[in-house]
Design a protein around this ligand. Structure first.
Ligand SMILES: NC(=O)c1ccc[n+]([C@@H]2O[C@H](COP(=O)([O-])OP(=O)(O)OC[C@H]3O[C@@H](n4cnc5c(N)ncnc54)[C@H](O)[C@@H]3O)[C@@H](O)[C@H]2O)c1
Length: 444
């Protein structure tokens, strides 16, 4: 008699008896593991990083959005364990892959982490499992890479095991939208896979939206991030133009967003950082080339955003010159080095590019960021400076590259000579009297 795995899997998931394995315990995997564990599932987190696994066991979180208290609470309920042993996959009913998808040296997709994770799944797969890929990648990855690899075991998708793609949409440090209340897209290789994957995620996520295929689910994520990279580039270009017109970009955006339809505010900055926005659309460009298609918008947006750190330097150069100072002989403090406020993550951070350009020009550059005591990256080796009045006064200019909350911006404005605010944070601080600061505080 043919075994109906869908029925037994559904029954296990419905009763929360299903064992869930999460491969990759980073910004995406760890919160996802906790979301399922909180709902009563037994979750096993599998990671190649022994140190991360050890830390979690001790209740120490390395992810900004996960507190030690929250982690310890879950560990106490014995719903979550971590391991580096991939043989545990065999004991799982559902396996979700959340490994990194960076760019290679020539801006080509580096899917080696996905391949490694899938090989480990293949070596431990058994009948009746649902496998879901969450890592952001180009359309076709699940069907072209995962499916043949897993079927090389002789098992058949949609019959012996189920395979789907569900893009992660996590927004680190977002206080409102977390893993549980951000709607989730699901696309299976087969209809049965979509059905069972939706059933699984429905247990932990508020809203799950099925689409027609894994390719469609992969494309949804890339549309979302392409939309962001293009609009960020557009507003960065508008900011450089506003500067030429002596207009305040933030004033223009704030007024434009009063329109109740047809406009969505995006804000300028020193570039576009993080693991997603500057990287994911390039996955799409790469795949488009296979079809002889040139993604003009993505290419132009990347170019505009990548030029922003250089623009910041040129802008500062001009401001210093107007104050009879030379950039090369100046002492510059870069305030905030994370790619985004309140996130302890340096990936693709434009602040790093700004520091690199300044160092290359022989400028005396220092940095302050409450989240990083040291900066050791891409040839940069700096120790955080103190955030004191005397240090601020000793600097010719400060570039606010990241607008972390909780920093005393009033103190900063009161003790610095020139400030180039690339994030528009100072205009939000009521205590900083614009009149007093006039001639010292500059927008991008
Ligand atoms: N961070 C975000 O804001 C975000 C948002 C949406 C989507 N994503 C996507 O989610 C995926 C994961 O991103 P992240 O930010 O969580 O990455 P991360 O670097 O924070 O975490 C990845 C984890 O995977 C582990 N790992 C690497 N190779 C492994 C392997 N072969 N087997 C097991 N574990 C392995 C690493 O040790 C690390 O702990 C990426 O594709 C990313 O583009 C990230």
């Amino acid at each position: 008699m043919k075994k109906d795995y869908i029925k037994s899997l559904k029954s296990k998931i419905g009763k929360k008896n299903a064992a869930l394995g999460i491969i990759g315990l980073g910004y995406v995997g760890l919160p996802l593991a906790l979301a399922f564990a909180k709902k009563g599932f037994r979750v096993t987190g599998i990671d190649v990083d022994k140190d991360r696994v050890r830390k979690i066991k001790r209740g120490i979180s390395y992810i900004t959005d996960v507190s030690n208290d929250e982690l310890k609470k879950i560990l106490k309920r014995e719903r979550f364990e971590t391991t580096t042993n991939f043989k545990m996959i065999r004991k799982m009913d559902a396996v979700i892959i959340c490994v990194p998808t960076p760019m290679g040296k020539n801006k080509e997709p580096d899917i080696s982490y996905i391949r490694e994770a899938v090989t480990n799944v293949k070596n431990n797969i058994r009948k009746g499992q649902i496998i879901v890929l969450e890592s952001t990648t180009y359309p076709g990855t699940t069907r072209e890479i995962l499916l043949p690899e897993l079927e090389s075991t002789g098992l058949k998708e949609g019959k012996d095991f189920y395979l789907a793609f569900s893009p992660e949409r996590i927004d680190p440090a977002n206080k409102i939208y977390k893993t549980e209340n951000t709607p989730k897209i699901i696309g299976g290789i087969s209809r049965k896979s979509t059905q069972i994957a939706k059933f699984l995620y429905d247990r932990a996520i508020k809203e799950v939206i099925p689409v027609s295929s894994a390719d469609a689910a992969e494309m949804v994520k890339l549309l979302e991030n392409t939309f962001r990279i293009v609009n960020i580039a557009l507003v960065n270009e508008i900011a450089t133009l506003c500067n030429k017109f002596s207009l305040d970009t933030w004033e223009i955006i704030d007024a434009a967003k009063s329109k109740p339809y047809g406009f969505m505010p995006f804000y300028p900055g020193p570039g576009c950082g993080g693991h997603c926005i500057p990287v994911d659309p390039l996955y799409l460009s790469w795949k488009a080339k296979e079809h002889g298609f040139d993604t003009k918008f993505i290419n132009l947006a990347s170019q505009v955003n990548e030029s922003m750190p250089q623009y910041v330097i040129e802008r500062l150069d001009g401001i210093l010159a107007a104050h009879n100072k030379t950039l090369n002989k100046s002492k510059i403090l870069v305030l905030g080095v994370a790619y985004k406020k309140n996130v302890k993550d340096l990936r693709e951070s434009p602040a790093i590019d700004i520091i690199r350009i300044l160092e290359r020009r022989g400028v005396g550059v220092s940095f302050y960021d409450p989240l990083f005591p040291f900066l050791k990256i891409n040839g940069i080796n700096l120790k955080r400076t103190p955030f004191t009045g005397s240090f601020l006064k000793s600097q010719d200019a400060v570039i606010i590259a990241t607008d972390h909350t909780g920093l005393d911006y009033k103190f900063l404005a009161g003790h610095s000579s020139i400030i180039l605010d690339t994030r528009g944070i100072l205009r939000k601080i009521p205590d900083i009297k614009r009149a007093k600061s006039k001639g010292r505080i500059f927008n991008l």
